[in-house]
Design a protein around this ligand. Sequence first.
Ligand SMILES: Cc1cc2nc3c(=O)[nH]c(=O)nc-3n(C[C@H](O)[C@H](O)[C@H](O)COP(=O)(O)OP(=O)(O)OC[C@H]3O[C@@H](n4cnc5c(N)ncnc54)[C@H](O)[C@@H]3O)c2cc1C
Length: 453
Amino acid sequence: MDVIIAGAGPTGLTLAIELQRRGVAHRIVEASPHPFEGSRGKGLQPRTLEALDDLGVLDRFLAAGADYPPLRIHRPDGQQVDWRMDELHEPTPDVPHPNALMVPQFRTGQLLADRLTELGGTVEYGVSVTTFSQDAHGVHVTLSTGETVTTHYLAGADGGRSTVRAQLGVGFEGETFETQTMLVADVRLTGLSRDAWHIWPGPDGRSQKLGLCPLPGTDLWQLTAPDATSVTDALAEVAPQVTFQDVGWRSMYRANMRMVDRFRVGNVFLAGDAAHVHSPAGGQGLNTGVQDAYNLGWKLASGDDKLLDTYEEERLPVAAAVLGISSRLHKRHSEDPETALRRDDPVLRQLSLNYRGSSLAVDHRAEPGRVRAGDRAPDAPGNGRRVFDLLRGPHWTLLAVDAPAPTVPGVDSFTIDAHDIYDVQKPTYFLVRPDNYIARVTEDPADLATFVP
Ligand SMILES: Cc1cc2nc3c(=O)[nH]c(=O)nc-3n(C[C@H](O)[C@H](O)[C@H](O)COP(=O)(O)OP(=O)(O)OC[C@H]3O[C@@H](n4cnc5c(N)ncnc54)[C@H](O)[C@@H]3O)c2cc1C
């Protein structure tokens, strides 16, 4: 066995797909006897949509989800005001999916699990990782079934209360606000139009009392009620016109913002909520977990120890930056809830996150342009095939802008005409990693001769 993945949330499932499509022997075990049933993380950011495109499932997500609806604020004086968390952006040739897509988390899980099954993988439900130890022979993992398996690598994608993280004993620094709780529930109701996400501020007009968000592709609403303990009480207090029918999933969220100080200990890796827990403000948690898995998958498949070190090198600073943003947004909620609901900071879309400082990013040019080594490879129109069509799949790609495509063993090489988007004046070569970040940029094809994927 090469890899054991603990946890089949969005992070673990993405990692399993990445391994499965590369033919890496793995097992993915999930403590729960069934798939997750809640709407919890419902915002997929544009960069996540690009990863899903690479995994071959974007069309299914677009069919299952919808753009964020406008917010409808029901003010205490009876006035209703509509506004948007973020303007809807028009697609551009380099960013074909510029807006966050709303998809309830149970649907995201289902679509990812279906993709895994389609590729020949299986989630083992009702099986958890209980203990492990590691030595020169590998990681020895004991499962709740009593079975012990020796594997090269263990990936802890086992969520905020991660057993893997606890056993590694790594630091998990940050803040927990014991007194700040929020009831989150999936409900059916009548008496509200489904064309908006309804928000009721408290009597002071500041704190948020109740939120009801229609969930696309379902007849459900996601209810969020800070400080409430009962759905009935939360609705009766500010929205008596709403008739509540029944509750599906419900959970009590406690504000918790923390991250680990190591993403790797020996051959054990942490990813997703196991490595960083966010405030829901800004919709970053699930997205950051999917991006962790997207970064880790091809590196685990390579089995290259030095390459695997770059997982922490690249993802720890990103997690810290994202956590900083979502924590700031969280704190604004108690100060000015209306502006705190704005989501117009472009960083939240995760398109500008980059690995420019990474040891894997080498730009040979004296004067790099706008698009550099370490950046996400932008899309661009082509002759019938877009750049994203060329990148889709588990391979390395060489994009030769305005130059014949050279042969590099193990790399799919293409000529593209995209000097505007790739911001180059002369023939330039962009070597793109399997997770579609640019590893090398050069104007001299001889610089690629030493490259081994
Ligand atoms: C109210 C709310 C709203 C949110 N909104 C957003 C949003 O809009 N956008 C966003 O990006 N994020 C959002 N999030 C955060 C998002 O839900 C999480 O970040 C996401 O679920 C993390 O995915 P994960 O796979 O890392 O962990 P999880 O989804 O927690 O999955 C971990 C899995 O591991 C399993 N497990 C646990 N222990 C073991 C073990 N020992 N062995 C095997 N399996 C185990 C668990 O059963 C679980 O299924 C929100 C969260 C909340 C609470």
